[in-house]
Structures are given as structure tokens and as C-alpha cells.
Design a protein around this ligand. Structure first.
Ligand code: TA6
Length: 305
């Protein structure tokens, strides 16, 4: 460990090995990028620019991946971080959660920084599915170091019309046992309860616990959210910028059984805490403007439990 001038130990390794990027055939023969840094390892599929794993060297994986996920063109991957764009939820005749998660993205560049971080930048090619929107570009930058940083940049290329869209980084976290997990940071927020036909409710709890199906859109929420996991003795922290919605989801028993690409018992090992701008928080971007959604995910030991 490095020692600073004040004599305090800093966590940063003194000599950081430069990061590494490898191109591999992933599951279903879909191409993927493996990123290795001094602190961590990550996997990103070209399909959906989908981060399927981030694992710090001395920790269990941070992201949940279903053992029965599909890995196929035109199908979403179950787990990791699906990029939901340009709409969230079901749109008649257009499907669920946008098309960005089921399309191949262009890998534009990767960069290894002096501090040991590695960034990979993707761009969404022009797909016919985008034709019902004004022209836009979407880029996605994944930065791997001791943390995982995700940035989705959307530019309205139209000179006249606003670009109205939703976005969401639909992050699946791995937990030891959902029955013991609590989620902090949403007290006082209004939410739409999808399980109760989108009834509008207010979060009363400091610590949200999950013991049945939970599917909620917390509106106007910009602060950090923490997932406390006593079984894995880990605290996950989600910090964000350019996001006013937080979605919390666990399908629980019956819904898990209905999903062909999700194991019957896998609801016990996951929770989604998603950052984005959805429902009444959708974005209306002025002509020629760019907006950024940034999410930084970190973890630390959960002490005193
Ligand atoms: O973000 C929560 C949610 O919208 C839920 O309603 C649930 O259906 C989930 O996403 C997964 O959606 P998917 O299309 O991936 O099955």
C-alpha cells in the first residue's frame, strides 16, 4: 500500500500496472472485450454494449448474471448492465426497453490511462428502429478501475425538433441472499408501483427490504443509493449524474418462474438498482444538445454486521 505525506495509507497501489484489453469470443459466439486492470476485471459484449461482469480482485462478482441467459442476436442478455434506450418499458409494436440492448454497437476506441484505468468507447450505429425519432447519436463509455464508471451520451442531431427519450442502465447486482439485503437512499421519494398497477406511493423506509415482487420507479431521485449485503459482507454504492429516476426490481418467485431466461431460484441472488430517466422523468433534448447519464459503482466491506 502507498503511504501519503501525512503518514496515512492510501488504497492506491504504488505502481499501477497498465490496463489490458483482449478481444474474445463470448457465449453464443458473440464477440466481447475483456478488460483487466490492477484492481479488477470486466467483460463487455459488443451486443448491446453490455457489461456482463465487473469483479474486483478480492471480491465476489459485483454483477449478477443469470445462468440461463440468452446470448443471441436480437435477444437481450439477462444480467449485467443492459443499456435501455431510447425508451423504457413496453411500447406497443416496438417491444420492451428500446432496441439499444439487442443491437451490436461499434467499438470506437479503448484507452489505458496513466493511473491504470481503462476506458472503452462504443457508438450505436444507425438502425432502422431509430427512424421514429429525430436523428441522434448515442455513445457509451465504460471505464474500469477500482470502480466501474458508465457514461451514456446522447446528442440530438436535429436542427429543429426536440429529441424525447428515456434511458436506463438496468444494473443487476449480485447479492448473497435477497432476504437479508437492504437498500438505502430513497426515503421520502415518490414512486410508481408497477406491482400495484403503477399506483403512486411514497417511500417511508430508510432501509428498503425485499420479501415479495418489487418493481418500482422512484421519481426525481438524484442521490446515491446503497445496497447493504450482510451475507457477502459488502456495501455497493451507486452514484449518478444526469439521472432523475431510480428503478428497483426483484421478480420474486412467480415472475422468476415465468421468465425463460431466468432460473427459478435466481431471484434470491440479485437485485436491480437502475439509474436513468424514465416515465415522467423522460428527457426532452433541445436541437443540437448533448446530455450525459453517468453512473459510478463502487463497493466496500460492510463492517459491524
Ligand atoms: O426495470 C424493471 C423492469 O422494467 C421490470 O418491469 C421487469 O420486467 C424488468 O425490467 C425486466 O424486463 P425484461 O424486458 O428484461 O424482461
Amino acid at each position: 500500500m502507498a503511504t501519503s505525506k501525512t503518514g496515512k495509507q492510501s488504497k492506491k497501489p504504488q505502481t499501477v500496472q497498465p490496463g489490458r484489453v483482449s478481444f474474445l469470443d463470448g457465449q453464443g459466439e458473440l464477440p466481447m472485450v475483456e478488460v483487466t486492470t490492477a484492481w479488477s476485471r470486466a467483460e463487455i459484449y459488443i451486443h448491446g454494449a453490455h457489461v456482463t461482469q465487473f469483479k474486483k480482485n478480492d471480491e465476489p462478482p459485483l454483477l449478477f448474471m443469470s445462468q440461463v441467459s440468452r446470448f443471441a442476436e436480437g435477444q437481450p442478455i439477462r444480467g449485467g448492465i443492459p443499456v435501455i434506450f431510447p425508451w423504457f418499458g413496453m411500447r406497443e409494436a416496438m417491444g420492451q426497453h428500446g432496441f439499444a440492448r439487442i443491437k451490436a454497437w461499434d467499438l470506437k476506441e479503448f484507452a489505458a490511462a496513466q493511473d491504470g484505468s481503462v476506458s472503452v468507447r462504443f457508438k450505436l450505429p444507425d438502425y432502422p428502429e431509430a427512424s421514429s425519432f429525430p436523428p441522434f447519436t448515442a455513445e457509451y463509455v465504460v471505464t474500469v478501475n477500482e470502480k466501474l464508471k458508465l457514461e451514456l451520451l446522447v446528442t440530438n442531431m436535429s436542427g429543429e425538433e426536440p429529441l424525447v427519450f428515456e434511458n436506463c442502465l438496468h444494473t443487476y447486482f449480485e447479492v448473497g441472499d435477497i432476504n437479508t439485503v437492504s437498500i438505502r437512499g430513497l426515503k421520502g421519494a415518490s414512486y410508481l408501483d408497477k406491482v400495484a398497477n403503477f399506483a403512486k406511493k411514497t417511500e417511508k423506509n430508510d432501509a428498503i427490504q425485499i420479501n415479495s415482487e418489487v418493481d418500482r420507479i422512484y421519481l426525481n431521485t438524484t442521490g446515491p443509493v446503497e445496497v447493504l449485503d450482510p451475507k457477502l459482507k459488502r456495501k455497493i454504492r451507486v452514484e449518478k449524474n444526469g439521472s432523475t429516476s431510480t428503478v428497483v426490481w426483484n421478480p420474486w418467485i412467480a415472475r422468476a418462474q415465468q421468465m425463460p431466461d431466468f432460473g427459478n431460484d435466481e431471484y434470491l441472488r440479485m437485485v436491480c438498482v437502475e439509474s436513468g430517466n424514465v416515465s415522467s422523468n423522460q428527457i426532452s433534448l433541445r436541437p443540437r444538445e448533448t446530455c450525459s447519464l453517468t453512473v459510478t459503482i463502487s463497493s466496500a466491506p460492510l463492517k459491524g454486521r
